[in-house]
Write a protein that binds this ligand. Structure first.
Ligand code: FAD
Ligand code: PHB
Length: 392
């Protein structure tokens, strides 16, 4: 039987970042991941990092390539009523954001973790957490055809929305607050130059559209779509035509199209689990909460949880004090709820829900107000770049 100080379930950004930060403080961990290394590294997901996430990656020793290749953005465009309005993030808050693909961050983290052979076990199955309400929890798993058990002091459930950490808890031990949205996002990745140097969030009667990017040569575009839509129903041609139709003319005129490298449909959902700790088990990132991607908060919230939990574990192993660990759930949830509110509000502002003329006029009025009011623009900007930790 193997032992470690912290057993981490899931090698997504939260699991690997936690493992890497702990390792820098001499704390041993083992990461158990059900997918292969290739699969995890090639998943196309988030693309926008708050500066506090960038700083945490630097603290973990994985910031060098990010700083070389990431694109610093000081603003974003809101597009509506066939016009555009720039939100000056830097001018309004003093902060910028960084465009850097989640898969690139995954790659940097996997490379850093590979310095410690055996620190990450890929393609494990049948992961099950036991005895979290005792000082000696155990995690059972199957690897390379054999059953194993990992003894540990703490378990970090970093296994995302579909993971076992939250699902395995006894019924009634947690409260879940959930909102589903009556639409999804269809994403397309292509090696074409972005139509605008900054991200464009477009509200249109045909539905929301987002123009994002991964580099000066690679674009990531999204369209609000029906929950029933399948990727096969969306040829590249149909996607590009629909995107063009939802953008103001001056943006549409600059759209460069090309063959897609990837297309996928995701449903939108808000979910918060309370509390985020059960005995020695801590829920982290998407395992504890999900936000719709409109506010670009999912990965950043996962990193914020890791920041709080790693500080608590480091303090515990350095001094024996469990004070910060005891505060983990409350501290993390303060930020989670604020980001949940922002993501819900930004989603409601920009998407078309149903053919409700009253709601559409309210959306139009709010967009115009945002464009004219420095106070409203600042509120958007300070949430988008990420609230300071002492504010959450
Ligand atoms: P995950 O990335 O889900 O990682 C969980 C890991 O656990 C996975 O590797 C999984 O394979 C593994 N696992 C699951 N079950 C088990 C098991 N039983 N045993 C072992 N391992 C298991 N966020 C942003 O901040 N900015 C954005 O711009 C943004 N854009 C997005 C766009 C899209 C289209 C989507 C879908 C998401 C976006 N997000 C964004 C959200 C972001 O991708 C997630 O919040 C982030 O991946 C959460 O990281 P995580 O490590 O907590 O969970
Ligand atoms: C992305 O680039 O994938 C992205 C950017 C901003 C968002 C959502 C997704 O709000």
């Amino acid at each position: 039987m193997r032992s470690t100080q912290v057993a981490i379930i899931g090698a997504g950004p939260s699991g690997l970042l936690l493992s890497q930060l702990l390792s820098r403080h001499g704390i041993d961990s083992v990461v158990l991941e059900c997918q292969s290394e290739d699969h995890v590294q090639s998943r196309i997901r988030a693309g926008l990092l708050e500066w506090t996430t960038v700083e945490l990656a630097q603290e973990a020793g994985v910031g060098a390539r990010m700083m070389r290749e990431g694109l610093v953005h000081d603003g974003l465009d809101l597009a509506f009523a066939n016009g555009r309005h720039r939100i000056d993030l830097k001018g309004l808050t003093g902060k910028s954001v960084l465009v850097y693909g989640q898969n690139e961050l995954q790659r940097d983290l996997i490379e850093a973790r590979s310095d410690e052979p055996g620190a990450v076990l890929w393609q494990v199955s049948d992961v099950a957490v036991h005895d979290v309400h005792t000082p000696a929890p155990r995690v059972g798993y199957r690897h390379e055809g054999r059953c194993h058990e990992l003894r540990c002091d703490f378990v970090a459930g970093c296994d995302g929305y579909h993971g076992v950490s939250r699902a395995g808890l006894p019924q009634g031990s947690l409260a879940q607050y959930e909102r589903t949205y009556p639409f999804g996002w269809l994403g397309l990745l292509a090696d074409v130059p972005p139509l605008n140097p900054e991200l464009v969030y477009a509200s249109h009667a045909r539905g929301f559209a987002l123009c994002s990017m991964r580099s000066s040569r690679r674009s990531r575009y999204y369209l609000q779509c029906s929950l029933e839509d399948r990727v096969e129903q969306w040829s590249d041609g149909r996607f590009w035509d629909e995107l063009r139709a939802r953008l103001p003319e001056q943006h549409a005129a600059r759209l460069v199209t090309g063959p897609s490298l990837e297309k996928s449909v995701v449903p939108l959902r808000s979910l918060v689990t309370e509390p985020m700790r059960f005995g020695q088990l801590f829920l982290v990132g998407d395992a504890a909460h999900i936000v719709p991607p409109t506010g670009a908060k999912g990965l950043n919230l996962a990193a914020a949880d890791v920041r709080v939990l790693s500080r608590g574990l480091i303090e515990f192993y350095r001094s024996g004090s469990a004070t910060l660990l005891a505060e983990y759930s409350a501290r993390a949830l303060g930020r989670v709820w604020k980001a949940t509110r922002f993501s819900w509000w930004f989603t409601a502002l920009l998407h078309r829900f149903s053919a409700d003329p009253f709601a559409e006029r309210l959306q139009a009025a709010e967009l115009e107000y945002l464009a004219r009011s420095a106070a409203a623009s600042r509120s958007l900007a300070e949430n988008y770049v990420g609230l300071a930790f002492d504010e959450t």
